[in-house]
Write a protein that binds this ligand. Sequence first.
Ligand SMILES: Nc1nc2c(c(=O)[nH]1)N[C@H]1C(S)=C(S)[C@@H](COP(=O)(O)O)O[C@H]1N2
Ligand SMILES: [Mo]
Length: 385
Amino acid sequence: MDYSKEPTRILENYTVQKGEPFNAEPKLNLLIQSFLTPTERFFKRNHGPIPQLEADQATVIQIEGKPVLEITAARLQQDYPAVTIIAALECAGNRRLEMAAVKKVKGVLWDKGTIGNASWTGVYLSQVLKPLLKPAWYESEEGWTVEFEAFGQSEEQPSYVASLNLARIMNPSSEVILAWGMNDAPLSRDHGFPLRVVAPGIIGARSVKWLAKVNVFKGKSNSFYQQRDYKLLPPQANEHNLADWWDQFPELEELNVQSVICDPLDGAVINSEQGLLVRGYALSGGGRGIQRVEVKFAGEGQEWHNADLFGVHQAPGKKWSWILWSVKILPPFPFTKGELICRAWDEAGNTQPETCTWNYRGVMNNAWHRVKITTIARGDNKSLL
Ligand SMILES: Nc1nc2c(c(=O)[nH]1)N[C@H]1C(S)=C(S)[C@@H](COP(=O)(O)O)O[C@H]1N2
Ligand SMILES: [Mo]
């Protein structure tokens, strides 16, 4: 595969997990410096080389294999009302590295930075599709699929293809958009120029970049990325018996509830006299808002401290944005060396499990997040630092 025409990136912002295809996550301290993640710090997750496309590259919409409409970003801007939504994008493999500590997993060993929060501008896919469809396909029939096919090559099959259920897309509150803009600028090549899908509240894998085709049909997509990847398999499924398991479980769609401590970083040394400021991000899937984020020290009898949450107002069922949170914990601290823990609760009462359930692909890890810290009083500074 040809990786000689990749765009330039600001590499200091990233931990590069893989050069080809380019897979990089921003450093955690940078990640929470702003509510909207600047594009040059947004995680980049690719299954192949970045295609070079023109601004007027057309995307073809097909119904049951027949082309019915050609769209470009310019045509969408002309023919439909534009919408801008703030939505977090999170890779299902976020925090895979921590799961790999339990047992080997297959995939890029992502840490906690494969998430970003951006404003996306485009049009509702439901509006584009509606005049082309029979309502029965999404109102009463089950099993219709909208498949998104990308330009460019992919490592696991000729091109990257992912899909979503048609009924979900046609439900106006799902807000799946065809986007040309990210953070008030045209999409960059890395993020899907000229047109991508943004499926808020859903694992990043379904937000297909460099959109070439939208295929609507009855049945399921047989894309590798739908049927042999991005599924939550039980822990009994392993590299020897995988074939028996893939078809037994559905394709992942909505994200789960998640929170991560981004500051202090793992291993930090804290001056305990000044109190401890703990900060991070949290989000949930399916438009469910975050209601509470809690932080505590590991150990018997420790209490959870409630964090202050910073977000934007979003309509019920459309809470796609992440929230940033912070909490100041005053001394005395229960230890000089130990762990800080966080967990979030969403508005459906879902919370994060204390530990993860290992799965072969290392997806959807949302266990309580822990960082190791050392606390010292100022007088001890010299001896410890
Ligand atoms: N065409 C194409 N679209 C794609 C991918 C890809 O490799 N090719 N990766 C998917 C995955 S797994 C994720 S998590 C998101 C990442 O989007 P980003 O690179 O804009 O952050 O894009 C999705 N869309
Ligand atoms: Mo992903």
